[in-house]
Design a binder for this molecule. Structure first.
Ligand SMILES: Nc1ncnc2c1ncn2[C@@H]1O[C@H](COP(=O)(O)OP(=O)(O)OP(=O)(O)O)[C@@H](O)[C@H]1O
Ligand SMILES: O=P(O)(O)OC[C@H]1O[C@H](OP(=O)(O)OP(=O)(O)O)[C@H](O)[C@@H]1O
Ligand SMILES: O=C(O)c1cccnc1
Length: 482
């Protein structure tokens, strides 16, 4: 069934609408509420994550409205009363959103987005915001891990055919570019986002001609740039010799860019193929590799001395193969009371790392002025101004005895105003700029935080006031039930 006026407003969990109904009936739906969106642990055991998803969040918020068919559906299927549906008809986003920018290097427990809005509105947008940020940040981070291993070599995104459906392929490709991929095989992602497109050819082309030499020849007759896939029958006995033969025959009529290996022992085959290409007079012909690659196989291939110049990565990138979800959450940090005063709220948990941090918070990166490296991230309450302080005490938010004093620092405020009173006040940078920003931000961090295996923990600390406020809130809640 398709609807002409379909919207994303119903792209939410039913319980959000049910809660909005409760608030509306009770007359508290317009009370000011503050929610934080954050994940708890860096994905893939990585030392950091790369934030992505803001552009789509912006478009979602701008178009956040229940359409006629949405309301008709809610009436029919969920039986909401007419007056509540009349209210939903008026709902749009009228609040404030602050966010770190796309490409930012972020860590567990940092408020990535801060939503300050009428309670019902803030609740209704939760699911979509989590859906967008969870996936895109996960894939941008996976991409960044792979990029870290590959360095300056060409890194191509090949994942569309294996992605969890069309949206995941498209937005995953964009996230992969933010994380450092150079190009994609997805032509629509190229069109939509300006990502460079790239492509070789498949085994089916060799099979279609039932003759490898003929297939390469036909491809060379129809394309200037040629990368021949050499593993359909036998890489070293048939594929590479046929590629060389066609390159010799066509000479300057083609750009013999190289060959692609897609099965077998890539380390061994690449070394042998390299020798054959060099001996045939093609030292500049590149060897592309693909086939279920990820950062660990690439690292292993590098350690084995594989002679690969360009990497095509699909399944294990676009599906976030070894960790399918980032686990970001959206938690209430403060709510307006009946007297119009903001009151902090807290969610207690037996696990200290899951206790929420109450209050309107800001996120800073403390950068050492001398070596220009990040010392740690620092979460403060709204009124604090760490950029005006000379000396900061930074301590672990759970194991508080782990502490240090920093002086001679820049406190870089990481939140940007995105929406103010429902109006978009932020201009999204070009995708290329976001990619460069991510690269530049990563330079702030010591290599110890960036290695893909067993990285050091980077400090994400609460200011003394934020910590004291959290403890006070815990005490208050305890008093209320003991
Ligand atoms: N030298 C190597 N060291 C480590 N991993 C490798 C090496 N060569 C290939 N790999 C990886 O090992 C896996 C082998 O995949 P698979 O079992 O599908 O075999 P295959 O060679 O691709 O066979 P098929 O012809 O079925 O595609 C892939 O993930 C590939 O990237
Ligand atoms: O392995 P991934 O990282 O997911 O990269 C994408 C894969 O998609 C293609 O294989 P496929 O078997 O789908 O088609 P082909 O016949 O062209 O090899 C390509 O040859 C890669 O192996
Ligand atoms: O262009 C390629 O080589 C390609 C594209 C998608 C998937 N696998 C390979």
């Amino acid at each position: 069934m398709s609807y002409q006026d379909d919207s994303l407003a119903l792209h939410t969990d039913l319980y959000q609408i049910n809660m909005a109904e409760t608030y509306w009936k009770d007359g508290i739906h317009n009370r000011r509420a503050v929610f934080d969106l954050y994940f708890r642990k860096n994905p893939f055991h990585n030392g950091y994550a790369i934030f992505a998803g803001l552009e789509r969040v912006i478009s979602y918020i701008q178009n956040f409205r229940f359409s006629e068919s949405d309301l008709a559906y809610l009436k029919e299927e969920a039986g909401y009363e007419e007056a509540f549906l009349d209210y939903l008809k008026t709902v749009g986003f009228t609040g404030n959103i602050k966010s770190v920018c796309e490409g930012e290097v972020v860590f567990g427990n940092e408020p990535l987005l801060r939503i300050e809005a009428p309670l019902a509105e803030a609740q209704l947008i939760e699911t979509a915001l989590l859906n967008i940020v969870n996936y895109q940040t996960l894939i941008a981070t996976k991409a960044s891990r792979i990029k870290h291993i590959v360095g300056d070599q060409l890194l191509m995104e090949f994942g569309t055919r294996r992605a969890q459906e069309i949206d995941a392929a498209i937005w995953g490709t964009r996230a992969a570019f933010i994380g450092g991929f150079n190009a994609t095989s997805n032509v629509r992602a190229g069109k939509l986002f300006g990502i460079p497109i790239t492509g070789t050819h498949a085994h089916s082309m060799i099979q279609a001609y039932r003759d490898e030499y003929k297939a390469f020849t036909k491809y060379a007759q129809s394309h200037k740039d040629c990368v021949f896939l050499v593993d359909t029958y036998d890489t070293l006995k048939s594929g590479v010799p046929n590629a060389i033969k066609v390159a010799n025959e066509f000479g300057k009529r083609i750009n013999f860019i190289g060959i692609r290996l897609d099965s077998g022992d890539i380390a061994y085959l690449s070394k042998e193929a390299r020798k054959m290409l060099d001996e045939a007079g093609y030292p500049n012909a590149k060897i592309f590799a693909s086939n279920d690659l990820d950062e660990s196989t690439i690292l292993s291939l590098q350690a084995q001395g594989a002679k690969i110049d360009a990497w095509g990565v699909g399944t294990k990138l676009i599906t976030g193969y070894d960790q399918p979800a980032l686990g970001a959450v959206y938690k209430l940090a403060a709510i307006e009371d009946e007297n119009g005063k903001m009151q902090d709220t807290i969610k207690i948990s037996g696990n200290p790392e899951k206790v929420t941090t109450p209050g309107m918070k800001k996120l800073y990166r403390i950068v050492n002025k001398n070596n220009k490296r990040a010392e740690g991230d620092y979460i403060t309450l709204e009124a604090e101004k760490p950029d005006e302080e000379k000396r900061l005490k930074m301590f672990h938010p759970v194991h508080t005895y782990i502490s240090k004093y920093v002086t001679d620092f820049d406190a870089q405020y990481l939140h940007h105003d995105i929406f103010v009173d429902g109006k978009l006040v932020y201009e999204c940078p070009e995708l290329k700029e976001i990619q460069s920003y991510a690269k530049k931000q990563l330079d702030l961090f010591w290599e110890e935080y960036k290695r893909t295996i067993n990285p050091e923990d980077y400090a994400v600390d609460l200011s003394q006031k934020t910590w004291d406020n959290k403890m006070e809130n815990i005490r208050k809640v305890r008093r209320s039930y003991s």
